[in-house]
Design a protein around this ligand. Structure first.
Ligand SMILES: [Zn+2]
Ligand SMILES: [Zn+2]
Length: 231
């Protein structure tokens, strides 16, 4: 868990500088650079795919059984957003989660989702050790602060998985099948917000949602990711 003290250190050690132009600014992206970033307009409420016609749910999501109850994200994984994600995930800048969660929490509040608990997709022990942090936990932490909802871990990876990047959809599904276990038998009821950094095919999020719904007495599971890959 990220403690108050760590949060204090984050504020002191990482004064906010624009990640693009390096100028000091009120956020991690200054107003000038923010103007250059694109935000999604019309998209599927279940998976985030762009929609051109006046629909709420895309063709694919309408066809399949929908596992979760709503989805929200900040931007598509393109242009400058790729740079931000790279810093966030691989360059030891987990506090960029604050930027994503500021935008994300506003979008979530507009949806009027009632959220009782926030949790996040776990990393493997190996990745966590190498990277030193789970960027999705930071997203959950900052969302928890702005939405005033408790957060914490509920899932862990119980089997060795291959990097999803190298696999096709079917292989991804097999790879993630029964990959998650539940950390502790806690009394979690109501609605959960499940957080991840990147939504690619949704395979990982589907498996996490399945595990959460199976293990806890939940009503709804909502999904939030920082970015959505266009496929
Ligand atoms: Zn800037
Ligand atoms: Zn969809």
């Amino acid at each position: 868990m990220i403690s108050f003290f760590e949060n204090f250190l984050l504020d002191v050690l990482f004064p906010k500088k624009c990640v693009f132009c390096g100028r000091y600014s009120e956020g991690f992206v200054c107003k000038n650079c923010l103007k250059k970033l694109k935000f999604p307009e019309y998209y599927c409420l279940s998976c985030g795919q762009p929609l051109t016609v006046d629909l709420q749910i895309c063709y694919n999501c309408n066809k399949e059984e929908r596992i979760w109850d709503g989805y929200e994200f900040v931007a598509y994984y393109e242009d400058g957003w790729k740079d931000i994600i790279s810093l966030f995930k691989f360059k030891n800048k987990p506090y960029i989660a604050d930027f994503f969660s500021q935008i994300g929490s506003e979008k979530i509040l507009r949806k009027k989702w009632k959220i009782d608990y926030i949790t996040y997709v776990p990393l493997s022990y190996k990745t966590l050790k190498e990277r030193g942090y789970n960027q999705s936990e930071y997203l959950a932490y900052f969302l928890s602060k702005s939405l005033k909802v408790a957060y914490g871990p509920l899932l862990y990876l119980k089997k060795n998985i291959k990097p999803q990047k190298t696999l096709n959809l079917k292989e991804r599904e097999e790879n993630m099948m029964n990959a998650f276990g539940v950390i502790e038998n806690r009394e979690i009821n109501g609605n959960i917000l499940l957080v991840d950094d990147v939504y690619t095919t949704g395979t990982t999020l589907k498996e996490c949602t399945r595990t959460l719904k199976k293990s806890f007495n939940l009503d709804k599971v909502y999904i939030f990711t920082a970015v959505r890959v266009l496929i």
